[in-house]
Design a binder for this molecule. Structure first.
Ligand code: NAP
Length: 467
């Protein structure tokens, strides 16, 4: 059988020399990982069915039949799909006592009853199976674009084998994260198959809210006008209605970022401890606050874009022209009202500042920024600036309504305008937060969050009876 001409180095590492590593499988992942490892100083021997090198194999790597390749190294990386693992049964002896790295993924979440790594450990009980590398893509290894997947999850039952694999991961410039025993392999294998797990609820909720408010505006503005006034203003569907829906959704989502914190504070005060679990719904809600905030920022950004195009809209230009002509024909001008100037300028200013702080919040939530600030700085931005943003955006909406709140004409078919509806949750959040900063509530809450527990009568009784 033809063998690759490259000399195969020894398996042990002498001084700085990295050990030889064997990779089973010369497919996309095996080749990319082999190439990357060779760049980092490892000698690579591929185990392949063909047993000889093709043009695609990285230069300098050896290619041997599986059994011979396995003899060259104590670490074998298995870059083969699970369905082909049966060929390993013939190699039981040669793989005995060796570290076998399972990199495989499946096509579906929980596709098999046991994880691929556990299946491999059952097939080869004499080998030390370690799960790793499955969250790194062949493309990222090849292109060097590893920033997004720098973290490599590792698990296995033999800690020495796990340590050896983690050393390889570190030497490739990646960060190993020990997830424990092989039982964790299922979770690690499911990880790359999840589709925006943390984003799902936020996006569904934002889409649901948008659909609701869009329909609401359609009925309240367009259909009402058509039915009651025989006026077709359906053109508003393109810009006016989206520009009402976007800020409303953004404000509600921003308030929903802070509402679970309020619920958590109330629960902690009520229970007198921070050591009991929140209900699952609250836990889930707390976990997706960052995503809710970022989706809210996206809607706020759309609102800014829609607002910037207002002066170039055909309808707006037509209305301004008609208004000027009407004033010219009637030979009259509206007087300047100072209070209106104040309200309008304050409304714009709150909007601009609110959006600025909103952007700042979004930027500080990026891992590259949040990793560079300490916990106190992060808390300052996300909590204090977050509430300031909510106050500014709520004030922006309140000033938008200003004198229109009590005008009966703003309630067609008894339906309040969407901006009024959008104020309900933010106002509840701000009022509750205001109440929670009173010393009589803030002091016990701070103490609870620092570990203090209020002893309930029943627990006192229990303690008393046990003494
Ligand atoms: P691939 O391109 O299809 O390569 C798989 C390799 O397995 C083949 O090149 C072949 O190598 C070997 N093979 C095929 N049939 C075999 C059989 N019947 N018996 C023994 N060996 C056989 O797949 P891949 O993309 O490299 O993926 C390999 C493993 O890495 C999979 O488990 C995958 O889930 C995992 N993974 C892939 C990526 C990725 O980005 N591609 C990322 C993470 C994890 P020889 O011809 O040399 O024998």
């Amino acid at each position: 059988m033809e063998k690759n001409a490259t000399t195969i180095p020894l398996t042990t590492d002498l001084s700085n020399k990295k050990p030889t590593v064997c990779i089973f499988g010369t497919g996309d992942f095996g080749r990319s990982l082999g190439n990357k490892m060779m760049q980092c100083g490892y000698s690579i021997v591929f185990g392949s069915r063909s047993g000889h090198a093709s043009g695609l194999i990285p230069k300098g790597a050896a290619v041997l039949p599986h059994a011979e390749a396995a003899e060259t190294s104590n670490i074998i990386i298995l870059a083969v799909h699970r369905i082909h693992y049966s060929f390993l049964e013939d190699l039981k002896e040669v793989l005995h006592g060796k570290v076998l790295v399972d990199v495989s993924n499946n096509l579906k979440i929980n596709q098999y009853p046991e994880s691929n790594a556990e299946y491999l450990a059952q097939l080869l009980p004499g080998s030390k199976v370690v799960k790793a590398f499955n969250t790194v893509s062949a493309w990222a290894l090849q292109s060097g674009a590893l920033d997004a997947s720098r973290q490599v999850f590792v698990c296995g039952n033999d800690s020495k084998s796990k340590e050896k694999v983690m050393d390889i991961i570190r030497s490739l410039g990646l960060t190993p994260l020990d997830k424990g025993s092989l039982l964790a392999a299922k979770e690690i294998e499911n990880y790359p198959l999840q589709l925006f797990p943390m984003w799902r609820y936020s996006i569904y909720f934002a889409l649901g809210l948008s659909a609701f408010f869009f329909l609401y505006c359609l009925i309240r503005d367009v259909i009402y006008s058509y039915v009651e006034k025989k006026k077709d203003i359906s053109f508003r569907i393109a810009v006016s209605i989206p520009n009402k829906v976007c800020p409303v959704v953004a404000l509600i989502l921003l308030a929903l970022v802070y509402l679970p914190g309020i619920f958590a504070a109330i629960l902690q005060l009520y229970r007198g401890t921070k050591y009991s679990r929140f209900p699952d719904w609250l836990d889930q809600w707390m976990l997706c606050r960052k995503q809710l905030g970022l989706v809210a920022l996206a809607f706020a950004f759309l609102h800014v874009l829609y607002t910037l195009i207002i002066p170039i809209r055909y309808y707006v230009r037509w209305r301004i022209g008609a208004y000027i002509l009407e004033q010219a024909f009637n030979n009259k001008t509206d007087p300047f009202i100072n209070s209106s100037g104040w309200i309008h300028d304050s409304y714009l200013s709150c909007g601009i500042l609110g959006f600025f702080f909103f952007l700042l919040l979004g930027i500080t939530s990026l891992p590259s920024v949040s990793n560079n600030v300490n916990w106190r700085e992060f808390r300052f931005v996300q909590s204090y600036l977050g509430y300031l943003t909510l106050v500014l955006c709520t004030a922006h909406t309140l000033l938008y309504g200003s004198r229109r709140f009590l005008n009966a004409g703003t309630y067609p078919w008894f339906l309040p305008a969407v901006y009024i509806l959008s104020l309900i949750i933010p106002c509840i959040v701000l009022v509750m937060k205001f109440v929670l900063v009173f010393p009589c509530l803030d002091r016990p809450l701070t103490a609870i969050r620092q570990g203090w527990e209020r002893k309930s009568k029943s627990s006192n009784n229990r303690c008393g009876s046990s003494v």
